[in-house]
Design a protein around this ligand. Structure first.
Ligand SMILES: [Zn+2]
Ligand SMILES: [Zn+2]
Length: 336
């Protein structure tokens, strides 16, 4: 048996004994070292994700130690996105578009547990030693990095020369600002309505942080690039208004599918709208390298807790009582 944090019903988690998973062919057993709480786990916890059906062990932002085999004892990061490997998207390296894609912690058991089973092909091995809690940030970093890489692919100018607005100061918005800064971008603004989150982002000193509800709005059309890391009607409206002629809107957030986009302005001003989702294994590798190299700053926005207090962590996040942009849970024996 093992200890696991199990999502059993809307806003209900249980810390309890669960059977220790057994690896099948092409699979590996990992002793979990660290699992970060994702916004999508919160979405499930709120009962809003029909793909994550309780009872389920959530958690897909994970680092852990391989148990058994040639890699026994090796710290690895997991690429949680499982893809078929055979379709045109997979064969052309755009694995995030695979129609068969699945995520651990969604249909398969996730990593808020002492052990998790993953595909051997999902393992990413750090090129140099890294602390497990830092390694667990690879997946959200890859989401931000992927969006930025897609923007760079179609940009007319280097990203370092462009004015960027990031909407949303949660983990993905903050990571986007940190990745942009690491890429030499000097002109980054970040809009966030929550005061706790604004303070956390401000400490990182990479972006001009403002409250879009009370601070005076920047002049319309002020930004070459707008990254919407919230994805609501209000933020899409803001993105439509703030992007300049010929600019790019990258839509990363998945809060809802309401309206908000000013398609007339986007058309008349030849704005490119990019939907950006997840990452490829290359994005994961590049993100892990950035974290190993310390290019994303002091990571003081991360809070670490024990898995046995995970129920409280979810409820604190639910009640907006957390200033940290990310909580990482460690199985109790791995904490420290
Ligand atoms: Zn995630
Ligand atoms: Zn595929």
């Amino acid at each position: 048996m093992m200890k696991a944090l199990v999502y059993t019903d809307t806003q209900v988690m249980q810390y309890r004994d669960e059977p220790k998973p057994e690896p099948g062919p092409d699979e590996v057993l990992l002793k979990v070292a660290a699992t970060a709480i994702c916004g999508s786990d919160m979405h499930a916890y709120h009962g809003l994700d029909e793909r994550r059906v309780p009872p389920l062990i959530l958690g897909h932002e994970v680092s852990g130690y391989v148990v058994g085999g040639e890699l026994d004892g090796q710290l690895v990061v997991v690429n949680p996105l499982l893809t078929c490997g055979q379709c045109n998207h997979c064969l052309s390296g755009r694995t995030n578009l695979c129609a068969e894609r699945e995520l651990i912690g969604m249909y398969l058991a996730g990593a808020y547990a002492e052990y998790v089973v993953v595909k051997r092909a999902s393992l990413i091995i750090p090129k140099q030693p890294i602390e497990p809690w830092i390694a667990s940030l690879t997946e959200p970093t890859a989401t931000a990095l992927h969006a930025i890489a897609q923007i760079e692919r179609i940009s007319y100018r280097p990203i370092s020369e462009q004015r960027v607005l990031v909407i949303g100061g949660g983990a993905i918005g903050l990571l986007a600002a940190l990745v942009l800064s690491a890429k030499g971008c000097l002109d980054i603004a970040l809009a966030e309505t929550n005061a706790l989150r604004r303070a956390t982002v401000e400490q990182q000193n990479v972006a001009q942080v403002f409250d879009p509800l009370s601070d005076s709005a920047p002049a319309p059309g002020a930004y070459d690039i707008v990254l919407d890391c919230v994805g609501s009607g209000a933020t899409r409206r803001m993105a439509s208004e703030q992007v300049m002629a010929g600019g790019i809107v990258s839509h990363v957030g998945l809060q809802n599918a309401d309206e908000g986009l000013d398609t007339r302005r986007l058309t008349l001003q030849e704005v490119t709208f990019l939907g950006n989702y997840c990452y490829t294994k290359q994005d994961m590798q590049a993100s892990l390298d950035m974290l190993i190299d310390g290019r994303l700053g002091d990571l003081a926005w991360v809070e670490r807790r024990e898995l046995s207090s995970g129920i409280e962590a979810f409820s604190d996040l639910h009640h907006g009582r957390v200033a940290a942009a990310k909580i990482v849970l460690h199985p109790d024996a791995m904490f420290g």
